[in-house]
Design a protein around this ligand. Structure first.
Ligand code: NAD
Length: 278
C-alpha cells in the first residue's frame, strides 16, 4: 500500500487549532491529505493552516465555526466544497473539561464544605461539558457525514479519553461525556455499517495540555500536583504522552489499513488502562 492511500483526501479536523488536533492535522497533511482546520478560534486555525501549507506543501484551510452551531458548520462545509470538494475524513477533536464541573475534593468525607464536593458542581458546567464533547461530536457528524455516505466511503474518528472506561475523580461531567462518545461511536458504526463509512475513536492517555494543566501542575511552583504524580505512577511507562504519539493510530484508522475496523475505541495510553496500580 502506497503511503496509506490518503493522498488528496479531504479531512475536517474540529478543534484543529488545539494542542492535540493541530498535530493530528499535520500528520494527515504529511500524507497528502487536504486539511480543514475548523476551530472557534479563527486566528489560531488560520495560523495552523498556514504552517501546514508551508511545511507540507499540501492545501490547508483555517475556518472558524462552532461544533455546537449547525449553521456555522453548514457554512464551513460550503466553503470546503468550493475549495476542496466533498469530505472524506472527519476528526471530532473539539472537546474539553470545565472547572465548574470539577469537584475540589476527590473522595467526600462529609465534614468538608459542600461547595467543594459533588454538591457544589454547577449544572451549567455539566451542560457545557456535555454539549462540547458529546453534542460537539454528534452535530459535525450530521453535517459532514452525508458527503461520505454519498461517496460510499469515509471515516469518522472521535476523540475519547481514559476516563470513558473508568471515571477519573473530580471530573464527573467530562468522564460521563467521554463515555457517551464511546457508546455513540459504537452506535453510529453500526448505523453506518452498510454505507461504507467507518466510525472509530481514539482514547488518549494523559498528555499535559491547556485543558488539564490546572489540575496537574501547581501554578505557583511549576511542580507536579499530587494528582499529576498519581497519573505518572499509574501509567506503566511513567510519563505523559505527546500529541505525536497519537498519530500512528490516527493514520491507521483514517486509512484503508483499517478497512474492516469499525466501532472500536483504541487506547493510546502508555499502559494506563491495562494497569491495576499494583
Ligand atoms: P485544546 O484545548 O488544546 O484544543 C481544543 C480546541 O477546540 C481549541 O483550539 C478550541 O478553540 C477548540 N474548541 C473549543 N470549543 C469549540 C467549539 N465549540 N467549536 C469548535 N472548536 C472548539 O485541547 P486538547 O488537549 O488538544 O484536546 C483535544 C481533544 O483531546 C479533546 O476532545 C480532549 O477532550 C481530548 N483529550 C485530551 C487529553 C489530554 O490529556 N489533553 C486526553 C484525552 C483526550
Amino acid at each position: 500500500m502506497n503511503d496509506f492511500n490518503l493522498k488528496d483526501k479531504v479531512a475536517v479536523i474540529t478543534g484543529g487549532a488545539g494542542v492535540i488536533c493541530s498535530v493530528m492535522a499535520k500528520s494527515l497533511a504529511a500524507h497528502g491529505v487536504k486539511t480543514v482546520i475548523l476551530d472557534l478560534n479563527k486566528d489560531a486555525a488560520t495560523k495552523v493552516a498556514l504552517e501546514i501549507e508551508k511545511e507540507y506543501k499540501t492545501s490547508s484551510l483555517g475556518l472558524s465555526a462552532s461544533v455546537l452551531d449547525k449553521s456555522s458548520l453548514e457554512a464551513a462545509k460550503k466553503e470546503v466544497h468550493e475549495k476542496f470538494g466533498p469530505i472524506d475524513i472527519l476528526v471530532n477533536g473539539a472537546g474539553g473539561n470545565s472547572p465548574s464541573a470539577t469537584t475540589k475534593v476527590e473522595k467526600m468525607e462529609g465534614s468538608e464544605n459542600p461547595e467543594d464536593t459533588f454538591f457544589g458542581l454547577q449544572i451549567e458546567g455539566f451542560d457545557k461539558v456535555f454539549d462540547l464533547n458529546f453534542k460537539g461530536t454528534i452535530i459535525p457528524s450530521m453535517v459532514f457525514g452525508p458527503d461520505m455516505v454519498k461517496k460510499k466511503s469515509g471515516v469518522i474518528i472521535n476523540i475519547s479519553s481514559m476516563n470513558s472506561y473508568r471515571p477519573l475523580t473530580k471530573i464527573a461531567a467530562y468522564s460521563a461525556a467521554k463515555a457517551a462518545i464511546n457508546n455513540f461511536t459504537q452506535w453510529l458504526a453500526v448505523h453506518f455499517s452498510k454505507t461504507g463509512v467507518r466510525v472509530n475513536a481514539i482514547a488518549p492517555g494523559f498528555l499535559l495540555t491547556n485543558q488539564n494543566r490546572f489540575l496537574l501542575v501547581d501554578e505557583k511552583t511549576g511542580e507536579s500536583t499530587p494528582r499529576g504524580r498519581k497519573i505518572i505512577s499509574n501509567t506503566p511507562m511513567e510519563r505523559y504522552g505527546t500529541p505525536g504519539e497519537l498519530t500512528g493510530t490516527l493514520l491507521y484508522l483514517a486509512s484503508d489499513l483499517s478497512k474492516f475496523v469499525t466501532g472500536i475505541v483504541i487506547p493510546v495510553d502508555g499502559g494506563f488502562s491495562a494497569y491495576s496500580g499494583v
